[in-house]
Design a protein around this ligand. Structure first.
Ligand SMILES: [Fe+2]
Ligand SMILES: [Fe+2]
Length: 360
């Protein structure tokens, strides 16, 4: 009897408190999780599906005012414009003769070129020409437009920190008043100035937060990976290289890191987990990643999203050929805020038990 009275009083109190936009900490205890419990799920978009939808988009949708980019929505994020909690990945297509109109935005962007030679992105007056495998940066608030003066389609993966910028309420966007921003610098000029990270131009005083080098060419990246072929790699990531800011040696962008990693033939790496999310693009090879006990069998052109704190391990299934993964990660944010943590999976020799195989 007494208890019922107390319960009724408690209920009344809670209603009164909620009506005043207040909640008791005792009601929120389940949100103080022992470890991250992301809503984003591990997911994979297969190359064949991406290719056919991109081709169809070229026929069905004009380039128009917006860019023709297919945004990869994480099925766990309830229709949010997000591939992970902090990043969006997309596939963008530019047909011969097309221009994607000049604009700028506070979200930072990277492009990883998937197909087509000789398209360009103009960044603050400098045209950066694209070859497959190149990484091109569009720092926050830099004017940019894209063009394709070649006879073939150009396709690339975009990676942006849109969900993070939205969460911070720092989104700004502007169109330029003309279709293209004026060219004020020679083409690929950032490569001339900053393309050699070990020799830096002394007269350049600006130290932008985002790398002043706008193009990281596949040619150099591939050479660097190849040169490390016989070095002992990392137990969890094998030959993993981070693209760096040439002036600081740190992450190339304040909010996103970019990695390229080579898994040597037959490599079966160990499982670990860490805070921060990632999106992987399979540049070449055949392999699998086990993410939280689910096997993701991947091949060239597939895109896989990895949520924070998910256990993951990668393997190259080819006994002959290396596999190469490119990834975008939000690790620079976690590191800057003192929130980066990682943990090796100690059980079973560092390997997870596979419970199922991913199907889209
Ligand atoms: Fe843009
Ligand atoms: Fe990892």
């Amino acid at each position: 009897m007494t208890r019922e009275v107390a319960t009724a009083a408690e209920k009344e109190f809670h209603e009164k408190m909620h009506a005043a936009h207040m909640y008791g900490l005792w009601e929120l205890a389940s949100q103080m999780t022992r470890h991250p419990e992301p809503k984003a799920i591990p997911y994979m978009w297969k190359a064949s599906l991406i290719e056919s939808l991109v081709r169809e988009a070229g026929e069905a949708v004009p380039v128009g005012e917006e860019r023709r980019a297919l945004q990869l929505f994480n099925p766990g994020l309830d229709g949010r414009w997000a591939t992970t909690n902090t990043m969006i990945a997309a596939i963008q297509l530019l047909l011969p003769g097309e221009v994607a109109r000049a604009h700028r935005h506070t979200p930072t962007a990277i492009r990883f070129i998937m197909e087509g030679s000789g398209g360009y992105t103009s960044v603050d007056g400098e045209r950066v020409y694209m070859e497959p495998g190149d990484l091109i940066l569009t720092p926050s608030w830099a004017w940019h437009d894209h063009g394709n003066t070649t006879g073939k389609p150009v396709v690339w993966m975009d990676g942006l920190d849109v969900p993070l910028v939205q969460a911070l309420n720092a989104m700004f966007f502007q169109f330029y008043d003309k279709e293209q921003y004026p060219l004020t610098k020679p083409k690929n000029s950032s490569t001339v100035l900053h393309g050699n990270a070990s020799l830096s131009p002394t007269w350049v005083k600006e130290r932008p937060q985002s790398s002043p080098l706008l193009l990281y060419s596949w040619e150099k990246t591939y050479q660097s990976l190849g040169a490390l072929r016989d070095i002992d790699g990392d137990e969890w990531d094998d030959i993993a290289l981070e693209y760096t800011h040439p002036q600081t040696g740190g992450a190339l962008l304040p909010t996103m890191g970019c990695w390229v990693q080579m898994l040597r033939p037959g490599a079966r790496l160990k499982a670990h987990r860490h805070t921060g999310s990632a999106v992987y693009y399979v540049v070449q090879g055949q392999g699998e990643s086990i993410i939280d006990g689910v096997r993701f069998a991947w091949g060239q052109g597939d895109i896989i999203t990895l949520p924070s704190w998910a256990l993951h391990e990668h393997a190259n299934l080819s006994p002959r050929d290396p596999a190469i993964l490119f990834s975008i990660q939000d690790r620079p944010v976690l590191t800057a805020l003192g929130l980066y943590r990682e943990e090796a999976f100690g059980d079973n020799g560092g390997h997870q038990t596979v419970a199922s195989t991913f199907k889209a």
